[in-house]
Design a protein around this ligand. Structure first.
Ligand code: UD1
Length: 434
């Protein structure tokens, strides 16, 4: 398996272009199920989860052309006739595969979707997706590890999510687009990725109001048509590079990003003592003086994202004073703590809160990536650690970051990839990341 070898101590300087958002691209690819016409998506990130989604759609009979290369990063998807089965072999490697459930029932009236397995960052059930689809008339049973769903045609319903769920909101939005009548969804996720999917669906002919707010109304239509859509920039990739500049005392300009989506992260960085200058689509981040500790508490958007918690914790190890990091979205999302402690961090976890006492000099160690964002925090810590850190299991990071080592090397980081180029047989058997 591939490893990263990182020698710390170089302030990062220069510019990094931000890729398209993985968490928008995944539901947008699933939305292509809703029509037999061609859906074209641009600004698709070249990451492993996208390849997994491609495999999933192809396994159901879709034609998926996925091209990176110069100026492409584009996929063309045509879901002519579909075999509505999402196989366990694919679902187990990516929980977001459950995003096909709603679109499959809505389009074909039936779906057989494997239940996602265990996950390193908490239980992560999909009960809210199931309950809402049942309210729209789907009959859903669980048999032999699969959800067997059936509905002649979904009908509109009033859905109040018990808990805010991002992919749950997206799944139901897609289902409601082709349902009979009006669906009113309350307590919806307001994440920018939900809005991105709604934009694609609207371009396909869906009638949606309120996406990006807590209440979304959808007037179902009989048919959706093909469309072309550009995926918005990845706010978590951008946030990770903001922290990379801050932690190394560097000066980075991120281009092709959306600073509005990062308000809570930028606010925290300023509190820590980092300068951030924004334009409509760039962020320049400069860190020259000492960093001050700050508390974060993860919340749904527009609060501080759980997907930035691990990276912020790495930064807090280099700030003066105590930072309290509280994780409210997922149980069990502190797996990076043990590895950061092995590198010299002073972190104590009590329940949902980690107290990080800084500033601690970090020293290189052999560490293990445990999930996508935890791996990012180890890369960040390694960038300031004394000596050469070796990070094992970087397949986690490859799931959601496009060529992170090349982007970091381009701004001065001493990072290289070693080991075999990833082989299929080495794919982890269970999905263990966000
Ligand atoms: C999405 C993101 C992930 C991010 C997370 C929270 C994608 C592909 N992934 O994950 O990167 O960390 O949002 O911002 O977009 N829950 C239930 N029942 C359900 C669904 C969720 O109890 O049916 C709970 C979860 O266990 C969790 C909380 O709701 O505690 C939020 O989860 P959710 O927003 O659904 O996360 P994902 O959509 O899986």
């Amino acid at each position: 398996m591939d490893k990263f070898v990182i020698r710390g101590g170089t302030p990062l300087r220069g510019a990094i272009r931000i890729s398209g958002a993985k968490n928008s691209a995944l539901p947008c690819m699933a939305a292509a199920i809703l029509t037999e016409d061609e859906v074209t998506l641009e600004n698709i990130p070249d990451v492993r989860d996208i390849e997994t989604e491609r495999k999933l759609l192809v396994s159901m009979g879709a034609e998926v052309e996925l091209g990176y290369g110069r100026a492409h990063h584009r996929t063309r998807i045509r879901c002519g006739s579909l075999d509505p089965v999402a196989k366990y072999e694919i679902v187990k490697t990516m929980r977001a595969s459950s995003l096909v459930l709603g679109p499959l029932i809505a389009r074909t009236g039936t779906a057989r979707v494997a239940m996602p397995g265990g996950c390193a960052i908490g239980g992560r059930p999909i009960d809210l997706h199931i309950k809402a689809l049942q309210a729209m008339g789907a009959e859903i049973a669980q048999e032999h590890g699969y959800l067997e769903a059936r509905a002649k045609r979904l009908h509109g319903a009033r859905i109040v999510f018990d808990k805010i769920t991002v992919t749950g909101t997206e799944d139901l939005l897609m289902a409601a687009a082709l349902a009979d009548g009006e669906t009113c969804m309350e307590n919806c996720a307001c994440e920018p990725e939900v809005l991105d999917v709604a934009k694609l669906l609207s371009a396909m002919g869906a009638r949606i109001e309120g996406a990006g707010t807590a209440t979304i109304r959808v007037q179902g239509v009989d048919r959706l048509h093909g469309a072309k859509h550009r995926i918005h920039p990845d706010r978590i990739e951008a946030g990770t590079f903001l922290v990379a500049a801050a932690i190394t005392g560097g000066d980075l300009t991120l281009t092709g990003c959306n600073p509005h989506h990062l308000s809570s992260v930028i606010e925290k960085l300023r509190e820590v003592g980092v300068q951030c200058e924004l334009t409509a689509d760039t962020i320049r981040v400069r860190a020259s003086g000492p960093l001050r500790g700050a508390n974060i508490s993860t919340e749904e958007y527009p609060g501080f994202p759980t997907d930035m918690q691990a990276q912020f914790m790495a930064l807090a190890t280099q700030a003066e004073g105590t930072s309290l990091v509280t994780e409210n979205i997922f149980e069990n999302r502190f797996m990076h703590v043990q590895e950061l402690v092995r590198m010299g961090a002073n972190i104590r976890v009590e329940g949902r809160t980690a107290a990080v006492v800084g500033k601690s000099p970090l020293s290189a160690a052999a560490v293990m990536a445990s999930d996508l964002r935890a791996s990012a925090s180890l890369v960040l810590a390694a960038l300031v650690a004394e000596g050469e850190t070796i990070i094992d299991r970087v397949y986690h990071i490859d799931r959601g970051y496009e060529r992170i080592e090349e982007k970091l090397r381009g701004v001065g980081a001493k990072i290289r990839r070693i080991g075999n180029v990833f082989r299929e047989t080495e794919e982890p058997t269970a999905e263990v990341t966000a």
